[in-house]
Design a protein around this ligand. Structure first.
Ligand SMILES: CC(C)(COP(=O)(O)OP(=O)(O)OC[C@H]1O[C@@H](n2cnc3c(N)ncnc32)[C@H](O)[C@@H]1OP(=O)(O)O)[C@@H](O)C(=O)NCCC(=O)NCCS
Length: 158
């Protein structure tokens, strides 16, 4: 059971290597194709915007964004299942978009599964619009050959 006192104060801070075990555990219970510790380590080394919302000892949410030459890409966004629908996802995304603007990005792109209603609702509520799709983008889940398409969403930042 995830122990989070509702009153525990949370901070939005940069991800550290020592966060990665918890971050990967949160990914594994959230995604059919979770990112590995190696991928997060590479993102930290590459200087991507890697952030967490955390209490003193628990990671509630994490997000990774890359920004270069006027564009940014949201690469992952995840909230622990026990604390969803408490605005941590929105708070993390708004923070990453501010960082993208600070880094000179004028747009933000992301991919989302058409079946991911909660993520789509979050993105649309923050002004993302669909600009395309990628056919059979996601790897099949274990025991299946079905590859889900991805919707490409974009938000104009400035
Ligand atoms: C998508 C995700 C990040 C949302 O995080 P969250 O903290 O639960 O979302 P928030 O509480 O910030 O919700 C913000 C808005 O998103 C929408 N939303 C979030 N969850 C929703 C749900 N289950 N059903 C419908 N709308 C939802 C609503 O518009 C909500 O605003 P409201 O609460 O004022 O109505 C979270 O569900 C998650 O980690 N999912 C698994 C990983 C994932 O799919 N990531 C996105 C990959 S593209």
């Amino acid at each position: 059971m995830f122990q989070t006192a509702e009153s525990a104060s949370t901070v939005c801070r940069r991800m550290r290597p020592s966060d990665l075990d918890q971050v990967v555990r949160n990914e594994e219970i959230s995604y059919p194709n979770p990112w590995s510790k190696r991928i997060f380590s590479d993102c930290l080394r590459a200087g991507y915007e890697c952030w967490v919302i955390a209490t003193r000892d628990q990671i509630l949410a994490h997000g990774v964004l890359s920004a270069a030459v006027g564009e940014s890409h949201l690469l992952t966004l995840c909230v622990h299942p026990d604390v969803r629908r408490k605005s941590y996802g929105r708070r993390m995304l708004q923070h990453l978009l501010k960082e993208a603007i600070r880094l000179g990005a004028e747009t933000c792109f992301l991919e989302v599964r058409p079946s991911n209603e909660s993520a789509k609702a979050l993105y649309y509520s923050l002004g993302f619009v669909q600009v395309g799709e990628r056919r059979q983008y996601y790897p099949p889940e274990r025991g299946s050959t079905f590859r889900e398409d991805a919707l490409i969403l974009c938000k104009q930042l400035v």
